[in-house]
Design a protein. Sequence first.
Length: 458
Amino acid sequence: MDRLTGGLLVVVTALVVLTEWGISAQAGLVVPWAVILVTALLALQVRPGRYVFVLVAMGLTLALALIGQDWQPVALKALQTSAFIAAFFTALATLRSAAATSPSIRRSGRFLAQQPPGRRYIALTLGGQMFALLLNYGAIALLGSLATASANEEPDEEIRRHRTRRMLLAIQRAFTSTLPWSPLSFAVAISTALIPGARWADAVVPGIVTSVLMAGTGWALDTLFKPQLSRPRPERQSPDGTWALMLPLVLLLAILVSSIVILHYATGIRVVGLVMLIVPVIAVTWGLIQARGAEKGQGFRHRAAEYAFVELPGYRGEIVLLMMAGYIGTVGAPLLAPLLDGLGLDLSALPASVVLVALVWLIPLAGQIGMNPILAVTLIAPLVPSAEALGVSPTAIVIAITAGWALGGVTSPFTATTLLIGSFGGVSARHVGLIWNRGYALATIIILSVWVVLFAQF
């Protein structure tokens, strides 16, 4: 079952890449059927909490068909969205798999976690952003484990508690601050796909501004509100190694980003289409380098098979959730639109600033009631008036959506970021989102609301 699941996910990824690159028109015709097959296969293997999403998707499709709308194009679009999400996840996971077995990645992560208090937060923020680009959620898992291991070496219980919380928050906020601009983030991939006329090339610079505002706010709050200890701080040992340990990571990121930028301008292919091919190519190359001198039976072919038939099927719960979130949002939007019309709510009559600020607030609020950001965005984005109707650029809408998405990753007790941070910190995900991040979220959401309005005016 695992071999069939992994094989089908790889096939779906290949079909989506062929479609994105315009290599095969027939591939696009096969994609919906491949998605139905892989979804059915995954649904047989996940727990009921995930399986219910498949049932909801089927129910919404039936409801769409019964109300008399032309439901087939909508269902087809939803299947293509699910295929894109599965392919994007599969492609990104290849790099995570290659990094997981890299000694240099672990050494650089340990170096960041051992930084002294004066520069630990900023080091974890900047380094965590680099790790997030390569490992996605794996960055939180890796750095979180290294951070807690480092903190547990502290004999003083009071210092250990504060240190663990501050380090974990730096890691979480570093990860979420990459979402508004990273070409490898679902926030950018989904929002640019849903907003007509939006391009990553246009959104990357303002997205970086969003990232700087989020990271800077976190650092400022951590610096201003340092915990007061009941006893003097002990002497700290110097971390193992130097900043040169970060050079392989910087080089890898430079290759990744430059490849995407150069090919995007050279070919005109969407950035997400480039990512789904470039990332696996880099991962394969990295895997081949690591495999040199490996023991018999532990070479590249073994690692590739391990990824496709063991690691990838192991993400079945996350893949079902992400795919069905995209499908449900796409199918649910046409069902929600008539309800809004019936209430006399005309979003196009609202000022553009109100719509943009609403996006910043609605996505994290939806996360409080269990809505995955993919579900919230695919549901809300089709209801947003066009950029022309609002009198703003498509990029302005993307910046508002990704800002709200990033805030949802910090505050929602149902996202992977808060769940992982809570598990490392020994507290609940709700405690992480609403207690640890309360002041940060309130300050950041106000700052980002002002930012999206200002950007839309220029």
